[in-house]
Design a protein around this ligand. Structure first.
Ligand SMILES: *Cc1c(COP(=O)(O)O)cnc(C)c1O
Length: 404
């Protein structure tokens, strides 16, 4: 059964102290911590299998290739992706989005419209602005309501035969609100528009089934699901990935090269130019094994308990306002305290060993919408505890007393 104390033993970093206090890590939406199994996978790769993949006939190269391709298969199964060749390994979520946006001129023409939501991370806004500039398309925005949910009525009205692409995150990193992506996709498809879902915040916290969602593209960040940095995933429907031009040219991604003409390799290699992050891919496979062992349903249930507890406890501090307090959300609490600056509060609670994120969370338009410079964000993971939440609340109360 789910035993948080046993789980905590598997994360070496959770044993350390910060400023003489036990570390309380509540910045999981920025990056998750890594269990020993993932750290071991990296060390083992470099000490036993290190070789370049897909090229050599020698034993090491074959062993490394097998491990890397096994990780691709684990990733396929984890997200219910139909075929392993639709799992494109990238350097991260940002790279995954850019790989699609940079080639999306084959799907988006002059005068077409691209719809983004008002709660996107900058990495799911800027690449689409660049695309619109390149092809002469128009960017439209789904507004966010006061409660942090998307204005679905306006979304329905924005959709038209001009809509070529809709991009939205599954869970907002700034508010923690889960967006109704299945419904967004269904409505977009009625107008033959394609949908890319940014899954950076969902991937390690809930079961994601790309086929049940009917997403055309789905992107993930390995480092936010207990894997290492420098590895991400792009999923796409097969025919769309075949139509999408390659993002980078180089080795690995070609079929035949002459100075007159080059033909590209098939999927997934067409999108994996150059030597990939081999250790990172293998370690992502180890992270997926680890999450599967605990069980995504157990993780989601436990994190929801932390969310409910944390929300109730935070509200005992006078002056706290939580943004995006809705039923369908991840264990991310974004809040402000009266007129106190989030940065000042973050600095004081850090002295007490508590790591929270403060600022605009790479989502400036969300902060502008709520007319605040930023928030304090406590984001939980399955290795956090209610006792840690109690300590955070005490630290926050102390910070508020000092600053008020
Ligand atoms: C973290 C995050 C990103 C960016 O991912 P990188 O790992 O920095 O490439 C994009 N969107 C959301 C919702 C995120 O949380």
């Amino acid at each position: 059964m789910f035993d948080v104390q046993k789980i905590r033993q598997q994360f070496p970093i959770l044993q350390r102290e910060v400023n003489g206090k036990p570390l309380i890590y509540f910045d999981n939406a920025a990056t998750s911590q890594k269990p020993q199994a993932v750290i071991d996978a990296i060390v083992k790769y470099y000490s036993h299998y290190n070789a370049n993949i897909h090229r050599g006939v020698h034993a090491l190269s074959q062993e490394a290739t097998d491990l890397f391709e096994q990780a691709r298969e684990k990733t396929r199964a984890f997200f219910n992706i139909p075929q392993a060749k639709q799992v494109i390994f990238t350097s991260g979520n940002t790279h995954s989005i850019n790989a699609v946006a940079s080639g999306a001129h084959v799907f988006v023409s002059k005068g077409d419209e691209v719809i983004v939501s008002a709660v996107e991370h900058h990495s799911n806004i800027v690449p689409w602005q660049m695309l619109c500039e390149k092809v002469g398309a128009v960017l439209k925005v789904i507004p966010v309501l006061d409660d942090g949910t998307l204005d679905m009525k306006t979304y329905s009205n924005l959709l038209s035969n001009k809509t070529a692409f809709v991009v939205v995150n599954h869970i907002s990193n700034a508010l923690g609100v889960t967006n109704p992506v299945k419904e967004i996709i269904k409505q977009a498809h009625e107008f033959n528009a394609l949908v890319l879902v940014d899954g950076a915040q969902s991937c390690g916290h809930m079961t994601v089934d790309v086929q049940a969602l009917d997403a055309d593209f789905y992107t993930m960040a390995g480092h936010k699901m207990c894997g290492p940095t420098g590895i991400g995933v792009l999923y796409g429907k097969e025919d769309l990935l075949n139509q999408l031009p390659p993002y980078q040219g180089g080795g690995e991604m070609i079929d035949q090269v002459t100075f007159e003409h080059t033909t590209y390799a098939g999927l997934p290699h067409k999108f994996e130019a150059g030597t990939p992050n081999i250790a990172g891919g293998i370690a992502l496979g180890a992270a997926i094994d680890y999450l599967n062992e605990i069980g995504m349903d157990n993780i989601a249930t436990y994190e929801n308990e932390l969310l409910e507890y944390g929300t109730a406890q935070l509200k005992t501090i006078p002056g706290v306002t939580i943004l995006g307090e809705v039923t369908d959300k991840a264990a991310v609490i974004s809040f402000v305290v009266d007129k106190l600056h989030p940065y000042d509060i973050g600095t004081i609670v850090d002295k007490l060993g508590v790591a929270v994120r403060t600022g605009h969370h790479c989502a400036q338009p969300v902060m502008d919408r709520f007319q605040i410079p930023g928030t304090i964000r406590a984001s939980f993971a399955f290795y956090n505890t209610k006792e840690e939440i109690d300590i955070m609340v005490q630290a926050l109360q102390r910070a508020v007393n000092m600053l008020a």
